[in-house]
Design a protein. Structure first.
Lengths: 459, 459
């Protein structure tokens, strides 16, 4: 946990923001409950709700809190362990002490929460969109028919999106663990073993040193299948292996890196040509990342660079600006360039992708690729974002473009047929926007140039 | 997945059981949905509902099924992936084919489930107690105000409690992985490292070779705290480290072993004395395990053995049978001797502990220890149970016994004061009840005698 002052400051800033937006009433936070995997005594690994962690830090189930926007009064609701439970759980710190440790003076049993909300009848009660089934049920029971507060959601996003120095230190640590995990994975690639073996090795490191992985690891020789969490294939020669994985450290900050490796240790000429384009897009995006520009512009600049490279290989043809405008890059990279990252790997995605990644006046494109961009905002110091261009040859998508004429005259479908068994490449770093530019997070960088990757794999 | 015939046979047996109990109407099964950890695109590792796995095998989210007890008609409800989704997910097998592969002839989109239940208005709809918040919400939406069916619950327990040969093979595999994982953990014990490091190593093996661990690993130098999932302590000399952990294999069968190691590699005299008692209790329980006896009797026989050993050390005194009757063993082992194990590590615990572990005519004791016994039934061939005696010195519990006079004249509280920093010992194997006795599951056995443990740690 951070020091008491951190949480006090954050909550004060939240209430100040709410007041400055003309809001009044109460703010209700509901922490997570344990999530049963099979039955109530066999749960998934405990994970607290991220906004709760941000404002209250207490990393335990079944907590709630109410903040009074008008009076500033703060109360934490949770149950103390009963005497008999101490026999099973060992000595426990009382709720009152835990609340005081994060600067909240009032605490009460959970059963008093209903009462507190009843007393507030007629006043606004602001709460965030729930992220789990339990929280949905709990909110519906407490405040039947009420909907989440957009004012609160925006105020929370406004705070969490700018990372404090102490948060950046944690993200740097999560990145160092992520780099360590990826390095072990790279060194473990061997023809003939099952992908799952490497995934186990990776998750073991994440669990030994941190909370675990920050999202389900993608490790596949079919990188062109973007939503692919199977790891049941034997590693075969001549394939490209996409590894997209990150660590959540013990303070619950995420990292998220992607590298793509030739399973045989050396790229084929064809693989290297495409890899080089993705690598240059990654480097370009980083070089353009600085306060004042929008990440939408950076996305489009990398799309242009990508089309330039593909054009040189004869896979597309035509004017680059026209191709960018026509969304041709989306055929090869149907996802966005990156997303915010922090306490969640897609930071605050439960609060609403558009509220997190788009400013008033920015509307989300409907085009393939650009339409999936999770982060379009003007960049500002303290933003932490991912830089993750990719090129994939997705037969079903290419066929759809051809069938529906979506590629105009820009796409060389005949040449693309030679890439139907290519797979995909994605290269991802985590980036902090600084006062005058950007810094890659973590104290080193995973080998990324095609030469460096081959060198690392030869070791 | 098992072959089609397995699932066809199990469902036929279920409906036959329901009919023979005079039941009619429909049986509704709701499979699991993905469980969000932070937001809907960042979920915990996918785990299907166990009874769904048992009767339908399809290991994917958002499936449901209706069986008609009267007509025998079977329908699986699930949505096919849409054309556009194939772009992201790769080619997918249609629901219809998946249903046929487990012998279900009818399939329909999930949206037809409501219609199917509406058509059945007036007929009974039997369903199992839900195990997750999602399933609770879903059932409440489908069948508002209805409660789970005890007839169905009992019929399902009646089938799942007797393990088929193909299931025993899977449990043997899960045990072999569990033994491998425990062996690595034992070899990794080193003074000065943090417990979490070993846990990561263990989980890595479970994930590399199987689905993962079958429950959150217990690895602690405070074995006396039974509900302890923290792993943040540095390993210190002279302690006892309890490791209670199992693997769930890729067919979702569980293993569950416990061993206790002296952190310094050698037991102290005091540790060895207590360890020897627990070891003998484990051996005794196994030797008594055979068809016809109740596991309640086995529990009580080990309780007697335990008190005999503690008596020889002067920690308790008095007539052994009187002490057993007075529940004095519960002061040292406040939990039961074991539980059923199968697709869940506490098999079918979501269906109700008493229905699973107790027969008509058996009532659960209220005594500490015996009252926590999850499995009391007459043993029968095909039962898979754990054998896990333990001795713990829990200061808060000893003080409570002393304060409230719960130990009568049997307990030597003064002698026990010398054990307040002892910790705890538990030794657990997984056991199959056979036609004429019992077999320990897995192809080997983790070293368990005090000499063998010291020898293994010296390597």
């Amino acid at each position: 946990m951070f020091s008491k002052e951190v949480y006090v400051r954050r909550r004060a800033a939240l209430l100040e923001k709410m007041r400055s937006e003309g809001q009044s009433g109460l703010v209700l936070f509901i922490g997570n409950a344990e999530a049963p995997a099979q039955y109530k005594n066999n749960c998934y690994k405990w994970r607290q709700e991220s906004s709760w962690l941000y404002f209250f830090g207490i990393d335990e189930p079944l907590y709630a809190a109410v903040l009074d926007i008008d009076s500033g009064e703060e109360t934490i609701f949770a149950n103390d362990v009963e005497l008999d439970d101490i026999i099973w759980m060992g000595p426990q710190t009382p709720v009152r002490e835990k609340a005081l440790a994060v600067g909240v003076k009032n605490s009460a049993p959970l059963s008093k929460l209903e009462e507190c909300l009843e007393k507030a009848a007629g006043r606004d009660v602001h709460f965030l969109p729930p992220s789990r089934y339990y929280n949905t049920m709990r909110l519906e029971a407490l405040l039947p028919g009420k909907t989440p507060s957009e004012a609160l959601t925006k105020a929370v996003i406004g705070l969490r999106i700018i990372k404090e120095d102490i948060e950046i230190q944690e993200i740097d640590k999560a990145c160092d663990l992520g780099i360590q995990m990826h390095s072990v994975a790279r060194d473990a690639i061997r023809l003939g073993i099952v992908e799952q073996e490497i995934v186990g090795l990776m998750e073991g490191i994440a669990l030994a040193k941190g909370w675990g992985t920050s999202f389900p690891t993608i490790l596949t020789q079919h990188g062109e299948t973007l939503h692919n969490h199977l790891h049941d294939k034997v590693i075969e020669p001549g394939k490209l292996m996409v590894i997209d994985a990150g660590v959540e450290n013990n303070m619950h900050y995420a990292s998220d890196f992607t590298r793509t490796y030739p399973t045989s240790g050396k790229f084929t000429t064809k693989q290297r040509e495409i890899y080089q384009i993705v690598f240059e897009c990654n480097e370009l995006a980083f070089s353009l990342t600085k306060p004042g520009v929008t990440y939408r512009e950076v996305h489009l600049a990398t799309a242009r660079k990508m089309l330039e490279g593909l054009s040189a290989l004869g896979l597309v043809k035509g004017d680059l600006d026209e191709m960018v405008a026509a969304g041709i890059a989306g055929l090869f990279q149907p996802h966005g360039l990156g997303h915010n990252m922090g306490l969640d790997v897609h930071d605050m995605e439960d609060l609403g992708e558009n509220l997190v990644g788009y400013e008033p006046g920015q509307t989300r494109a409907r085009q393939l690729g650009l339409g999936s961009l999770r982060m379009a905002r003007h960049l500002a110091p303290g933003y932490v974002i991912t830089d993750e261009p990719g090129i994939y040859f997705i037969p079903a998508l290419i066929e759809k473009f051809k069938r529906e004429g979506l590629g105009g005259d820009f796409v060389n479908y005949q040449a693309l047929e030679g890439y139907y068994d290519f797979g995909g490449i994605r290269l991802e770093d985590d980036v902090l926007v600084t006062a005058d530019g950007a810094r890659r997070l973590g104290s080193g960088r995973l080998p990324i140039s095609p030469d460096d990757v081959e060198k690392a794999m030869a070791k």
